[in-house]
Each structure stands twice: as structure tokens, then as C-alpha cells.
Design a protein around this ligand. Structure first.
Ligand SMILES: C[S@@+](CC[C@H](N)C(=O)[O-])C[C@H]1O[C@@H](n2cnc3c(N)ncnc32)[C@H](O)[C@@H]1O
Length: 229
């Protein structure tokens, strides 16, 4: 296996290129800007307007960028966020310490957030400051037992359906649907018709939102309030 390569994206922030998969962790048009667009603006912020106690599930912690942005939002909004993330391939601390997200967004607070997320003990909840509890599960989502009706928000940030078709399946979406609260929301950068049809078949209602950087669409999937699953 080749080493992940650090790449500078168009907004100046880093992403990683995985040569073995020929895929980047984020859009090359801007890693921080894409995460803000897809996960924070379309996912977290509308929820924060309604509640201050939020359970988040992320599929693919990767560099910890999404988690760190959520930690900062939690602090800035005086919210309490319980963040559960699945990641079978954790990055080394030496690689994480080179990530430059803090120079694009959040300064010292952002740097501390990224380092703390990767340094905390795995597979148990760890408080990082007063507003954020990290539960870094070092395992593939397929192997993780999720509590029923627990998550308010899901960040589905796996590699693309072409690269990782085994994660964009009815089996996985049904498992996540069950783990979400009624009115829970899932956001992903993917807009593929086949993925949306699979989500719909599992009970989600689908919203088509404007995608990041010239991508026509992204997806927000909602668990209906009437769902009994
Ligand atoms: C597109 S990258 C995610 C980027 C990440 N959210 C970030 O902010 O840096 C996809 C991530 O999914 C992880 N992954 C691969 N297989 C997985 C699985 N079966 N379950 C959960 N995560 C997986 C990869 O190791 C990688 O970190």
C-alpha cells in the first residue's frame, strides 16, 4: 500500500490523495470549503437552530476535518455534541500534525480540535472541552452496533460509490436509518440516482441541494417523523 499524499486544494487547505484508490479525501476545489458546504451548512446549522444537544454519526472520520468543524460550532453555539465516528484506517499523528486546516479556518482552536480528535482514546466516549464528546470507533461501519433511534445527524462521508460500492448499499442505509431518530437528517456529497433510490427504499425522504463547487447536487436524506423503525 502506498502512503497517502498531502495535497493543497483550491481554498489552500490540505486533503489526502490515496494512490491505491485514485481518490482524494475531499474535493480538490477546497477541502475546508466543501466540508462547510455539505456537512456544516446543509447538516449541522439547520439542526442547531432547533436544538443544542445533538448526537452525530460520521462514516469515515479520515482527517477529522468534519469532526473539528463540528467541535468549533458546538463551542460557538454553546451546544453539547456527542460525536460518534467510524474509521477503520486511522491516520498517523505525524501526518495529522501536518494538516493546515487551522490556517484556513479557526486558527489555534482548530489546530487543537484536530489534534485532540486524533489523540483521544479509541472506542469509548472522551470529553474534549465542555461542548464535545468524541467516540472514535476504530472499525468499519459494517462491524459497529448502533443504538436504535439515537442519532440526530449523520455525515455519510465514505469514498465514492464507484470506489467503495459495499458502503452505499440498502443493508448499510437500513442500519443507519434504524439508528436515527425520527426527523433525523443524513447529509452526503453524493447525488447519484442509484444511491438516492436505495436510500428511498430504506424509508428516507430525499432532498436535492446544490452541490459544492460546480457539482449540480448533493443529498440530504430525512427520516420521516412518523417512522416507526
Ligand atoms: C472521503 S474520506 C473521508 C474524509 C473525512 N470525513 C475527513 O473529513 O477527512 C473516506 C473515509 O472513509 C474511511 N473508510 C473506509 N472504509 C470504511 C468503512 N468500512 N467504514 C467507515 N469508514 C471507512 C476511509 O478510511 C476514509 O478515511
Amino acid at each position: 500500500m502506498k502512503e497517502n499524499q498531502l495535497i493543497i486544494t483550491e481554498d489552500g487547505s490540505h486533503t489526502l490523495f490515496v494512490a491505491d484508490l485514485n481518490e482524494h479525501y475531499h474535493s480538490i476545489h477546497g477541502a475546508v470549503t466543501e466540508s462547510m458546504h455539505v456537512f456544516i451548512e446543509a447538516g449541522l446549522k439547520p439542526l442547531l437552530e432547533k436544538k443544542k444537544n445533538i448526537n452525530v454519526l460520521e462514516i469515515g472520520i479520515g482527517t477529522g476535518l468534519n469532526a473539528a468543524l463540528v467541535l468549533l460550532e458546538a463551542e460557538n453555539n454553546d451546544a453539547i455534541i456527542n460525536y460518534v465516528g467510524a474509521e477503520p484506517y486511522p491516520l498517523s499523528l505525524s501526518l495529522v500534525s501536518q494538516l493546515n486546516y487551522f490556517s484556513i479556518y479557526g486558527g489555534v482552536q482548530m489546530h487543537k480540535a484536530v489534534m485532540n480528535i486524533h489523540s483521544c482514546n479509541r472506542n469509548l466516549p472522551v470529553e474534549i472541552g465542555n461542548h464535545f464528546i468524541m467516540n472514535y470507533l476504530e472499525a468499519p461501519i459494517q462491524n459497529i452496533d448502533l443504538k436504535d433511534s439515537y442519532f440526530d445527524l449523520v455525515f455519510f462521508d465514505a469514498f465514492s460509490p464507484t470506489t467503495q460500492p459495499e458502503l452505499w448499499t440498502a443493508e448499510i442505509f437500513a442500519k443507519i436509518f434504524k439508528a436515527m431518530k425520527p426527523n433525523g437528517v443524513l447529509v452526503t456529497y453524493v447525488a447519484k440516482g442509484e444511491v438516492r433510490r436505495t436510500m428511498k427504499a430504506c424509508g428516507f425522504t430525499i432532498e436535492k441541494l446544490t452541490g459544492f463547487a460546480g457539482k449540480r447536487e448533493m443529498t440530504r436524506a430525512n427520516k420521516p417523523s412518523t417512522s416507526t423503525e
